[in-house]
Ligand binder design. Structure first.
Ligand SMILES: [Zn+2]
Length: 367
């Protein structure tokens, strides 16, 4: 299937999709049974992943289930409040994990009290595991246990700066501490899953709205803290900040171990300069490096511009290479397609300020 892989690279280099799911990553491969496509990992576009099943080990599959709800923890806030006391940070993080998982359970109880009648497609048509054996007025609580309850997190990078003065792209100490923090959250959820016989999982939150919202609340409360609240957004999940320069290889090496820990979903992005159609070898090299490094889900960002007047597709600076027109010459603007938390947007005008600031800050990663 090497020809198909090459074709996928070519399409993605032109259109930003497909993304790449790595079925060979150890934490995905361990579920895979030959001849059973339902045991293959399938990521949702934005990154969410449902595969393991503590409630029913015979149904560790992708089909017929999904995420029931998720709630995200503001890591930078806990780190700011800890005033550099790492022991207190972990104690407070545990308290927040307790709070969030209680809230997820509360919400689950409400969902569990519904009947098949409330979900005529999902349950009524037997899409969800076990729902085919239920009648219209049966409660869905028992079959819902196949779903996942996820705790997400945001701003590992800013939390590390608040704790140690550097993020995980900058020092080995912060790299280790970052893994310790995210590993702590995962252990907590694994323990709780066993105890409750439910699926509590850990998510590197996509945070299209939250990255700006948490930041605004914290800046009001704590003021501008360099490297923590001095931009208009918190960095997503475990990502290295978009403005920090490092090579594609380094970024992949630093982020890969977090993929193994975040069993509810994860993604690593690499930003390539120029038109990757003209350098498909570099594109393929990045995808292969992801595969070799234990990335679960990855994608390459690059600028895709389009002139709606003449249909030219590629990189457009001031002047369209297709027809020579300039944006300021007329009312019709060039489309500038960018990826924001998994989704493609045709123009940045319509997106929120925090994400626009994040896009403007992105630096390219050398191959
Ligand atoms: Zn044109």
């Amino acid at each position: 299937n090497y020809d198909l892989f090459k074709l996928a690279c070519r399409v993605s280099a032109k259109r930003l999709f497909p993304n790449f799911s790595f079925l060979d990553a150890p934490f995905n491969k361990s579920y895979y049974k030959e001849g059973h496509p339902e045991t293959e990992v399938a990521y949702m576009g934005c990154r969410t992943r449902v595969l393991g099943n503590t409630f029913d080990k015979n149904n560790e599959i992708t089909y017929g289930r999904g995420n029931l709800s998720f709630t995200s923890i503001n890591l930078p806030r806990i780190a700011i409040n800890s005033k550099g006391n790492i022991e207190w940070f972990f104690e407070e993080l545990e308290r927040k994990m307790e709070l969030v998982t209680k809230q997820l359970l509360d919400r689950f109880q409400i969902q569990a009290s519904k009947t098949v009648r409330n979900f005529p497609f999902l349950m009524g048509q037997g899409i969800w595991i076990g729902s085919d054996k239920l009648s219209t007025d049966d409660k869905i609580g028992e079959v819902l246990k196949h779903g996942t309850l996820s705790v997400g997190f945001i701003g590992l990078a800013e939390a590390l700066v608040a704790l140690t003065g550097s993020h995980h792209g900058q020092t080995v100490e912060s790299r280790n501490l970052g893994l310790e923090i995210v590993g702590f959250m995962r252990d907590y959820l694994d323990r709780l899953s066993k105890e409750k016989q439910l699926n509590f999982t850990l998510l590197a939150t996509p945070a299209e709205g939250l990255s700006g919202r948490f930041l605004r609340i914290d800046r009001k409360k704590y003021g501008v803290i360099p490297g923590v609240t001095d931009r208009d957004y918190y960095t997503n999940g475990f990502h290295i900040p978009v403005y920090f320069p490092l090579s594609a290889y380094e970024k992949i090496q630093i982020e890969a171990p977090y993929h193994a820990l975040t069993n509810a979903g994860h993604i690593t992005y690499i930003e390539l300069d120029g038109d990757p159609n003209k350098n498909l070898e570099a594109f393929e090299k990045v995808i292969r490096t992801m595969k070799e490094s234990g990335i679960g889900y990855g994608s390459i960002n690059h600028p895709v511009d389009r002139d709606p007047v003449c249909g030219y597709n590629g990189i457009i600076d001031d002047e369209c290479p297709g027809c020579g027109r300039k944006e300021k010459d007329g009312p019709i603007k060039f489309d500038r397609i960018r990826r924001i938390t998994g989704y493609l947007v045709g123009t940045l005008d319509r997106f929120n300020d925090a994400k626009r600031a994040e896009v403007a800050d992105r630096v390219k990663h050398n191959v």
